[in-house]
Design a protein around this ligand. Structure first.
Ligand code: GDP
Length: 195
C-alpha cells in the first residue's frame, strides 16, 4: 500500500459520536510515549498529523484520519499514564472498550509496544484482550534503532513470551527514525483494507 493523502477528519469523545462511514477503520493503540504519533506521522509521511502531546489527565478521544478515502486510521488515546485521576481512566476504558467491542467498521488493530522493554502490565492487558476478541492485530515493536542488532532476538523472545504470542501472530520491529518496518506495516494495512 502507498499512502498519498492523509488528513485529520474528526475527534470523537463519546462512542455514539463515531461517524457513519462506509470505509473500514484501523485502530492504532499503545501506551503514552511509546512512539505512536511518530509511527503514524512516518507512515503518512507527515510531520505533524498525529500530535505527540497527549497530556495526562486531558479528556481522552479517538482521532479519526482519512487515508486516501480508502480507510480511516483511528488513533486511540495512549494508556498507562501514572497519576491519572480514576475518572479519566474509567472514561478512557469505557470509550476504548465500547469502540473495540462494537465498532463494525473496525477491521484490525496496530498495537505498538517499546522494543527495548518488557511489555507493561497495560500492554499485556491490551494484547490479551485483542487475542480474546478475535480481532486481527499486528504487534509493532518500535524504537528498534535504540537497541543493538544482537539484542533483537532476545527482545523478540521476551515480547513473545510476555504477550503469549505464537508464530502465527503478526509482529514487526519498527523505527520512526529510519523507517525500518514501514514496509511490513504498509503490507498489513493493505491486507486489512482489502480483506
Ligand atoms: P506517543 O505518545 O506514543 O505518541 O509517542 P511519540 O510519538 O510522541 O514519541 C515519544 C518520544 O519517543 C518522542 O521523543 C519521539 O521522538 C521518540 N520516538 C518515537 N519513535 C521513535 C523511534 O522509532 N526511535 C527513536 N529513537 N525515538 C522515537
Amino acid at each position: 500500500m502507498k499512502i498519498n493523502k492523509a488528513e485529520f477528519y474528526k475527534s470523537v469523545y463519546k462512542y455514539e459520536d463515531c461517524p457513519r462511514l462506509q470505509q473500514p477503520e484501523v485502530a492504532f493503540s499503545g501506551r503514552s510515549n511509546v512512539g505512536k504519533s511518530s509511527l503514524i506521522n512516518r507512515m503518512t509521511k507527515q510531520k505533524k498529523l498525529a500530535r505527540t502531546s497527549n497530556t495526562p489527565g486531558r479528556t481522552q478521544c479517538l482521532n479519526y484520519f482519512n487515508v486516501d478515502d480508502k480507510f480511516y486510521l483511528v488513533d486511540l488515546p495512549g494508556y498507562g499514564f501514572a497519576n491519572v485521576p480514576q475518572k479519566v481512566k474509567d472514561d478512557w476504558a469505557e470509550l476504548i472498550d465500547t469502540y473495540l467491542n462494537y465498532r463494525e467498521n473496525l477491521v484490525g488493530v496496530v498495537q505498538i509496544i517499546d522494543s527495548r522493554h518488557k511489555p507493561t502490565k497495560d500492554d499485556k492487558l491490551m494484547v490479551n484482550w485483542l487475542q480474546a476478541s478475535g480481532l486481527n492485530f499486528l504487534i509493532v515493536a518500535t524504537k528498534v534503532d535504540k537497541i543493538s542488532n544482537n539484542k533483537r532476538a532476545k527482545q523478540k523472545k521476551l515480547i513473545y513470551q510476555e504477550l503469549n504470542l505464537t508464530k502465527d501472530d503478526n509482529f514487526t520491529f519498527f523505527s520512526s527514525q529510519n523507517g525500518e518496518g514501514s514496509k511490513e506495516v504498509y503490507k498489513y494495512l493493505e491486507f486489512l483494507v482489502k480483506s
